[in-house]
Design a protein around this ligand. Sequence first.
Ligand code: PEP
Ligand code: MN
Length: 362
Amino acid sequence: MEKDILNKNIDRSWVDNNDQPFIISGPCSAENEKQILDTAQRLKNIQYVRIFRAGIWKPRTKPNNFEGIGQEGLEWMKKVKKKTGMLVATEVANAEHVKLCLSFDIDVLWIGARSTASPFTIQEIANALEGDRDRIVLIKNPIHPDIDLWIGALERLFMKGVRKLGVIHRGFYTYKHSQYRNTPCWDVISKFREMVPDVPIICDPSHICGNKIGLIDIMKKAFHFQYDGLMIESHCDPIHAWSDADQQVTPEHLLDMLQKTINNVEEDPKGSEINLNSLRIFIDEIDENLIFLLSERMHIAKKLGSIKKSSDIDTLQPDRWKSVMDKSMNLGRSLGLSEKFLEGIFQLLHQASINVQNTIRE
Ligand code: PEP
Ligand code: MN
């Protein structure tokens, strides 16, 4: 399918007809009626919150965790709609979920990161929504940064007649340690935008951070990139939440964070034009990754040091060092890096590694 057809025919009215910022908020999971209604009433006082979210079916990494309250929760969502006037949203992962949501008149459906990674699942959901032009459907990024797979999911829904589409940036899984639950990879989103600039993008700082303290920084970055909205998890009593307790905030905390971030951003032009501030955000993310990698390298060097000590092997192994240096210089050369620059960095790394191994021997 031509990307342009998708891009030009998406119905953006659901997000364009609202004042900014456009906020989706509510608990990770629906737990009981009181929790849902209490959270919703408190969110309603925040003028920016247009859509109330709550997970009814929860995809969990491991079995035997709370997997969602199920159909009963849809009744509570209907009450939220009636009492507050907010639109309501939940996650769907199969045709049965879609059918139930349609019968309870749930306005907004989102597709979770694990589901977006499966074309069969997306096709099943798209088939169940055939011809539904009123429903807003938001597709979270797949767990891994595969932009074509993500756009493919949009196309599957578009081809079945769904027009009120958007995507949610919730970050990407990385096996390596980082300060995030899911690494943002801002450059991936910039690339996605270049490919389909008219698709609304909502940022989900909650699932990027996995904690409360990182939220403000991600919100500022999302405002900087002029995202179309934010999805932030909130709960009337976050500490006792049945899922994602660490990252949920109270509605009042959400308002406070919005007040601190809304008009506090250096603006960048929208679309594919990248300016100084955007490039700095990319550089900062690379630096964060470099620091985590350096820490991991030093950690392994320490383990090496212990093995060398117990096996009575010298810390400095000239052949090994030569081979590390040769391989690194070859790779760096093929990537256009200056030899002097790379050699300097590797000398420093090597010295730091020797130092830490020597301290083990003392
Ligand atoms: C959620 O929004 O609660 C959720 C499960 O998200 P994700 O698919 O991003 O993990
Ligand atoms: Mn969650």
